[in-house]
Design a protein around this ligand. Structure first.
Ligand code: GRG
Length: 302
């Protein structure tokens, strides 16, 4: 088991993740109950409640706890981040985007509910995310700040921008490192950043603490994608004869393709250090969950 030893205690990351995942799953279940029209709520629940790592909500909650807040204060924003993540997965899988058949170990949303309902389920999850944040019951100035952070992170200069660049550059020869980094930063890192920042704001963190958590999450988000690219190659070569990974998919640029496996691993190490540095400004024991999360991303095998 992965454990992080701090001054006088040992922190168990597995049990922390397990406990947080359970409370997030329960909150999500409550927030999107089955009501009329039945089919749209079924479709929303189908992807949202399917098994996922829940990295975004856990980072939101852990950031809130790190600055002295508690889990329940962060929960609406944590669930909002997961709702937006789920809606982006539903839309990303559509035939007009990545045209995927499988997600979270199940048939994709549009395969089960049809394209119209899948698009609408994504739209409704996006709206619901902001509804939950708006009714959070904290000081209005905090609500306004986190609404702004989240909206900026996902709009046409955020996740959407990343997806647009991904579409425009897929299949184009000569994609450069800066373009690949732009895609990963926007598609993946900015929503993680918003999750951490929302948690820190809700937990009452100072501006300095909020910025430390922003830097942590940005580097962690990039690290997640670099590791994904590396795993794709290592998994593909392990599974010779089986279906090749995404890396071998026509037209997709990845870090190992651009700079090779060794340099990709070096880059991951650099991001690992950059993710942990801002956490060194907090109490070691309190920062253990987020430090362990970085280790988990760095060491995950699937
Ligand atoms: C956000 C307004 C808005 C629109 C969406 C379709 C689209 C625009 C963007 C695509 C975003 C996308 C699919 C990014 C990839 C993010 C990512 C890291 C997915 C994999 O996440 P995991 O591995 O999945 O954490 P689980 O299932 O564990 O949650």
């Amino acid at each position: 088991a992965t454990t992080t030893t701090t001054n006088d205690s040992t922190f168990s990351f597995e049990s922390y993740m397990h406990q947080k995942r359970n409370s997030v799953n329960q909150a999500l279940d409550r927030m999107v109950s089955l009501k009329e029209p039945q089919v749209i709520h079924e479709s929303m629940r189908y992807t949202l409640l399917a098994e996922g790592k829940r990295v975004l909500p856990i980072v939101c909650i852990a950031a809130c706890e790190l600055v002295g807040g508690d889990e329940s204060t962060a929960m609406p924003a944590a669930c909002a981040a997961e709702m937006i993540h789920a809606m982006s997965l539903i839309h990303d899988d559509l035939p007009c985007m990545d045209n995927d058949d499988l997600r979270r170990g199940k048939a994709t949303n549009h395969k089960v509910f049809g394209e119209s309902i899948a698009i609408l389920a994504g739209d409704a999850l996006l709206a619901l995310a902001f509804e939950h944040i708006a009714t959070i019951g904290v000081l209005p100035c905090k609500t306004v700040r986190i609404v702004g952070e989240l909206a900026k992170a996902i709009g046409s200069e955020g996740v959407v921008a990343g997806q647009v660049m991904d579409i425009l550059l897929t299949g184009v020869p000569g994609v450069v490192l800066e373009q690949l980094e732009y895609i990963h930063l926007h598609k993946t890192a900015l929503l993680l950043e918003a999750s951490a920042v929302m948690g820190a704001i809700l937990g009452g963190g100072s501006d300095e603490e909020v910025e430390y958590l922003r830097t942590f999450a940005r580097s962690t988000g990039l690290l997640f994608q670099v590791m994904d690219d590396i795993l794709d190659v290592t998994k593909s070569s392990e599974q010779l004869g089986k279906t090749a990974g995404k890396d071998l998919m026509v037209g997709k640029t990845t870090y190992p393709k651009l700079i090779g496996l060794d340099k990709s691993r070096e880059f991951a190490e650099k991001l690992n250090r950059e993710a942990k540095e801002p956490l060194s400004h907090f109490d070691t024991e309190k920062a253990a969950p987020l430090v362990s999360l970085v280790n988990y991303i760095l060491n995950r095998q699937h």
